[in-house]
Design a protein around this ligand. Structure first.
Ligand SMILES: C[S@@+](CC[C@H](N)C(=O)[O-])C[C@H]1O[C@@H](n2cnc3c(N)ncnc32)[C@H](O)[C@@H]1O
Ligand code: SF4
Length: 462
């Protein structure tokens, strides 16, 4: 087929399958959690059981949410609090450490930490001394698992050599930086002025210090962003060759973000056809400059551990995104964090003051969650297989469920479009179908089958 015909075909497909859909960092997705059957008591008992069964062998994952940022980027969909008052650092870290102690008392033995991620907000809002105090405080009642992986999100405008060195000294070897786009007009629109030299500096410092994986986040579909801007950002990225690259579609969800995402008009965003072209051109250019697609939105160099995990089938996905180290238990500390005991999910309160109040009263600050049924676990297995390996099967009777014929029926049209191949007991997402893996997962999502969302909850799949 001629390249122009291929391009036209892809464009038609993107048009057809670009609908609002979840990102499947969990199944069931948060809006479908069954809050009525959830209880804190059950959450704790499933956590203790799974911790006792898995801590020695595989360890646990720990996510710590550090919510402060000095300045609001108007495109941002993360949970954050904007402030320039750095006095907030100390009390917040003390609360996170108290929360950790509540968990350690509950679990009655020292967790072995396999994966540790500092997310935000902006972890580098905190001083290097405070971040060191946080990590040392965590390890007063924890040990390191074998081959542990510690990572953090840094802002290129405020990450210093001291941040990188201090976190390296306590075991961090991976860092990811928010880049978004290098064009000034786009940066002005999203209220994030960030010259290339800042990204260059923090990338090079990390490498000099000895970090083994540096990641950049870039976004397409931002206000005033043209196709050329996306290409230019990728070509500038190539100069620094980060080991990992997230290529996100801008999630425009102003109805969920209060005052956020309102600094520009809907008409300032690229039209659907332009966004599609940004995506297709971007993916092609990334491949050309040496990146391999790992899973949804994620790319890496062949030398990175995510690439090997993808190749040897051990890639996993959780609330932190894609990871090379799967653990059954994941504890989330800090406002809005989500924990996963493998049999249930629990989310912390989002309000800082309420969080502080609960911690002061020695209460684990969760406010909602979901206990997984047997059916949820079957569907989760399929969705994880699809998101991490682009295939799943139900050869084993334990992987079958009543609605399987309906799911296959729903996927027929995607099969006719060459996006999936279906056999009597398996499904495979073709190369052409990979951009639409969220749509394939949606066919398996029994909560979506049974009840379409009442209001708009999800961003567009592309
Ligand atoms: C917590 S921030 C990264 C660390 C730091 N706060 C920074 O901005 O550099 C996480 C990443 O989420 C992505 N992100 C945030 N809001 C988004 C949105 N509305 N759509 C797509 N990606 C978004 C951005 O690429 C951002 O770098
Ligand atoms: S993109 Fe990063 S720095 Fe900007 S508001 Fe969001 S979390 Fe804060």
């Amino acid at each position: 087929m001629l390249p122009s015909q291929t391009k036209l075909l892809m464009s038609t497909l993107v048009q057809k399958y670009n609908i609002p859909g979840p990102r499947y960092t969990s199944y069931p997705t948060v809006p479908y959690w069954d809050l009525d059957t959830f209880s804190g008591h059950q959450w704790k008992s499933t956590l203790i059981r799974n911790f006792n069964e898995s801590n020695e062998e595989e360890g646990i994952s720990l996510y710590i949410h550090l919510p402060f940022c000095e300045s609001l980027c108007t495109f941002c969909g993360c949970h954050k609090r904007i402030t320039k008052r750095h006095e907030v650092e100390n009390p917040y870290i003390s609360n996170v450490l108290k929360e950790w102690k509540l968990y350690c008392d509950l679990l009655e033995s020292k967790p072995k930490i396999k994966e540790l991620h500092l997310g935000g907000g902006t972890p580098t809002f905190f001083s290097p001394e405070n971040l060191t105090r946080l990590i040392n405080g965590i390890f007063k009642t924890a040990t390191h698992a074998e081959n542990y992986e510690f990572s953090f999100e840094g802002h290129p405008n405020n990450t210093t050599k001291e941040h990188l060195q201090s976190l390296y000294d306590v075991g961090f070897r991976r860092v990811s930086y928010g880049v978004q786009d290098y064009n000034k007009k786009v940066q002005l629109a999203i209220h994030r002025m960030q010259p290339f030299v800042n990204v260059k500096n923090v990338t090079e410092w990390a490498r000099e210090i000895g970090y083994t994986s540096v990641g950049h986040d870039i976004i397409f579909g931002l206000p005033f962003q043209s196709i050329d801007d996306v290409a230019e950002t990728i070509l500038k990225t190539k100069e620094l060759m980060p080991d990992r690259l997230a290529f996100y579609s801008y999630a425009h969800v102003p109805w969920l973000k209060g005052n956020g995402q309102r600094g520009y008009k809907d008409s300032d965003l690229p039209k659907a056809e332009v966004k599609r072209e940004q995506y297709e051109m971007g993916k092609a250019l990334l491949a050309e400059v040496g990146y391999s697609e790992i899973g949804m939105d994620h790319f890496s160099l062949k030398t990175d551990s995510l690439y090997s995990a993808m190749k040897n089938g051990t890639l996993h996905r959780n609330f932190m995104g894609y990871t090379a180290s799967k653990t059954r238990v994941m504890i989330g500390l800090g406002v809005s964090s989500i924990s996963d005991s493998w049999d249930s999910f629990a989310q912390n309160v989002k309000n800082l003051e309420e969080y502080g109040h609960l911690i002061e009263n020695n209460i684990i600050p969760i406010y909602r969650g979901h206990i997984l049924t047997n059916e949820d676990k079957i569907i989760r297995r399929h969705i994880l297989n699809l998101m991490c390996r682009f295939r799943t099967n139900w050869e084993n009777p334990e992987d079958r469920f009543n609605e399987l014929p309906e799911v296959k029926h729903k996927l027929n049209e995607m099969a006719m479009d060459g996006l999936v191949e279906i056999t009597s007991d398996s499904i495979y997402v073709t190369e052409k179908g990979r951009p639409f893996v969220r749509n394939v997962c949606m066919a398996f999502d029994l909560f979506l089958h049974r009840k379409a969302p009442d209001t708009r909850l999800f961003s567009m799949t592309i």
